[in-house]
Structures are given as structure tokens and as C-alpha cells.
Design a protein around this ligand. Structure first.
Ligand SMILES: Cc1cc2nc3c(=O)[nH]c(=O)nc-3n(C[C@H](O)[C@H](O)[C@H](O)COP(=O)(O)OP(=O)(O)OC[C@H]3O[C@@H](n4cnc5c(N)ncnc54)[C@H](O)[C@@H]3O)c2cc1C
Length: 329
């Protein structure tokens, strides 16, 4: 009988892991949300489209580049050719360097994950709340005690602060998990009735509150309607995480007005998303965590860095170890 593996999380790490392990094991992904992709997320409201998590991803390793190029051929990804400038209080600093390819999902960022997940066994809206060791492997349950089954191995790709809550005291990776620091982010989404005439399509922002702005329509395959996605700084989000959402929105809008000289407070669509764990401030510094004796492992961007590519690298490294182990079993 094949080894049964439960993977917690259908972000890019969980999907990468499942694709690599599925040929040699019986793999099920449990994902708490309705959609796939985790922080590679998008939202469609009133005809406006927003990538409210990751904006684009790079693919520097030949293996991941080939995955990204295959996704382009399959229509699940595209290249965003726009330059990323820098917006400061004293104006726009234009970046004229030729950019390395910036990949995006199609039709929104989660499209990349959806394409890669085709054929995988995934249980959506299934939040794993507890792991219990039994005679027949690890028993997974949700917060109401609903039984998700027994598995020989459990691999968590949830952000480190969430993974540590699931892992037993005896898990050998607890110290590494506890050393990880992640920070939050607020995403402001603005939909407009009229097109804007901005001198840039994407910019990093040097400001006390904001860090990023993108004009969604400049990405291939997005809607026709004018939509802006704005991210707060991570340190500002950390200091304001529990603050009233309307106040957060107002402060982000005020900063935008200062920078662009435009008032968006009466925009056709205004929305705010809070990411509790957006960015990795201090990674674990090891490619993955795996406790052979317990049959428990963990991976994700928080192992190595702060980007989609770090998540892929971490999941690939764990899958390589496990594939060798499974094929030798
Ligand atoms: C605002 C923002 C902007 C970003 N910009 C960029 C960028 O431009 N470029 C870039 O490369 N990266 C960017 N990133 C980072 C990038 O999104 C992440 O590095 C990457 O998506 C992490 O993938 P992951 O699979 O490790 O984790 P995640 O995407 O977080 O996936 C973890 C999954 O686990 C699920 N989960 C958690 N707990 C449970 C549970 N108990 N049971 C079941 N499921 C569970 C979650 O719902 C989630 O789907 C950005 C992130 C944010 C938030």
C-alpha cells in the first residue's frame, strides 16, 4: 500500500510538494479557504480585479522557470512587462533597467496555483485544527472534531506561527519554527469609474505608511475597469494590526493623496484586506523541517525567504528528501 500523506495548505508550497509526491504516495491537501494559492491571491468585485497578495513572481532556477513557462503555454500564467519605478514624496524615480521576467497568474494570481493543482486531491474549506498520534498514523481533525482521516506523514505549509500551533511538543523542528518572524500587511483595493492618467503602472513607494502601488489593468488578462492595488509597509501594518479597519483605510488613503495629489475617498469600490502573516522578516534558515521519527514535516517561504520562489525552493527540497525515502521504502 502507498504511504498516505496529508499536506496542510494549498499555497504554492503545498501544491509544489503535492505535485512532486503524488506519483509515489497517496497525497491529500487540506486547505482552509475556498480557493487555492494562499498568498498568491486575487479578488473580483463589481467587475474590478485585484491581486491583493503577491504581485508577481520571479523564476530564477531553471526548474521553476520551466514550470512557469509551461504554465504560460497552458494559459495559467503570463509575463507582466511593465517597469517597477519608485514613488517618493519628491516625485517618481524612473527605473530604466531591463527587468527580469515578472510572472503573473492568469486570469488572476491564483490562476497559476489552480493550473498547477489540476489532478491533485484537495479538500477545500478544511481547516486542520489538531494532529493526534494513533496506532494507525496521524489523525487530523478540524476545530469541531470532524475526522479528516489517518495519515502516515503530515506536512504543514501553513505560515510558521500557524504551523507551530499544530505541531506536538516532541516535534524536532519546534525551535526553528519559534525562531521565524513574520509580519503583516494591509492591502487597499480601489476601483474607479474612469481611467487614471498616471505616469507609471507599478511602483515601490518610499513612505511611512505605504510600500507598493500597481495599476491592475497593466497586467495581461485583467479586467477593463481601472483598479489599483496598494500595500502598506509591513512595519506599519504590524503597529496597526488590531486598529479599526476604517481608520486604517483612511490613513492609507491620506498617504496616497499626499503622494499622488488625488483623492480616492469616493471611489466606486474601496476595500481593505488584512494579511496577518504576509512577509518573512526572519526565516528559519533551513530549507525545510522534517522529523523522521514522528513522520512530521514543514516547509514554506518562511524556511528560506520572502517570496514565491523561496516557497517553491523549500517545498522542492522537502519533496526530494521524501521521494528518495518513499522510493526506497
Ligand atoms: C501582500 C503580499 C505581497 C506579496 N508580494 C510578493 C511578490 O510580489 N512577489 C513574491 O514572490 N512574493 C510576494 N509575496 C509573498 C508570497 O505570496 C509568499 O512568499 C508565497 O505565496 C508563500 O507561499 P506558501 O505556500 O509558503 O504559503 P501560503 O501562500 O501562505 O500558503 C499556506 C496555505 O495554508 C493554508 N492554511 C493555513 N493554516 C491552515 C490549516 N490549519 N488548515 C488548512 N489550511 C491552512 C492557508 O489558507 C494557505 O492557503 C507577497 C505576499 C503578500 C501577503
Amino acid at each position: 500500500m502507498k504511504t498516505s500523506i496529508a499536506i496542510i495548505g494549498a499555497g504554492i508550497a503545498g501544491i509544489t510538494l503535492a505535485r512532486a509526491l503524488a506519483p509515489s504516495a497517496d497525497v491529500t491537501i487540506f486547505e482552509k479557504s475556498r480557493g487555492l494559492g494562499g498568498r498568491m491571491a486575487n479578488r473580483r468585485r463589481e467587475g474590478f480585479t485585484f491581486d491583493h497578495g503577491a504581485q508577481y513572481f520571479t523564476a530564477r532556477s531553471p526548474a521553476f522557470r520551466s514550470v512557469a513557462e509551461d504554465a504560460i503555454k497552458a494559459g495559467h500564467a503570463g509575463i507582466w512587462p511593465k517597469a517597477v519605478h519608485t514613488l517618493r514624496a519628491d516625485g517618481l524615480v524612473v527605473d530604466s533597467r531591463p527587468p527580469e521576467p515578472r510572472y503573473i497568474g492568469l486570469p488572476g494570481m491564483s490562476g497559476f496555483a489552480n493550473g498547477l493543482a489540476e489532478g491533485l486531491q484537495i479538500r477545500k474549506e478544511a481547516t486542520v485544527a489538531a494532529l493526534k498520534r494513533t496506532e494507525h498514523g496521524w489523525a487530523l481533525t478540524d476545530s469541531e472534531g470532524q475526522d479528516f482521516g489517518r495519515f502516515d506523514l503530515v506536512l504543514s505549509t501553513a505560515p510558521a506561527p500557524q504551523t507551530i500551533r499544530l505541531m506536538p511538543e516532541a516535534f524536532s523542528g519546534r525551535e526553528a519554527l519559534a525562531s521565524v518572524r513574520m509580519s503583516g500587511c494591509f492591502t487597499l483595493m480601489i476601483g474607479l469609474d474612469e481611467p487614471l492618467d498616471l505616469s507609471f503602472q507599478a511602483a515601490r513607494i518610499e513612505d511611512d505608511v505605504l510600500s507598493w502601488i500597481a495599476v491592475e489593468g497593466s497586467k495581461p488578462g485583467r479586467g477593463e475597469k481601472e483598479a489599483l492595488t496598494i500595500h502598506s509597509r509591513n512595519d506599519w501594518a504590524e503597529a496597526n494590526l488590531e486598529r479599526d479597519r476604517d481608520e486604517v483605510k483612511s490613513e492609507m488613503l491620506a498617504s496616497l493623496t499626499r503622494l499622488l495629489g488625488l483623492d480616492f475617498s469616493n471611489a466606486a469600490w474601496l476595500d481593505l484586506h488584512r494579511w496577518r502573516y504576509a512577509s518573512v522578516e526572519k526565516p528559519a534558515g533551513q530549507a525545510f523541517l522534517f522529523d523522521e521519527a514522528l513522520g512530521l514535516g514543514a516547509c514554506g517561504d518562511w524556511c528560506l525567504g520572502n517570496r514565491v520562489e523561496a516557497a517553491v525552493e523549500s517545498a522542492t527540497a522537502l519533496s526530494e528528501l521524501l521521494t528518495t525515502r518513499l522510493q526506497g521504502a
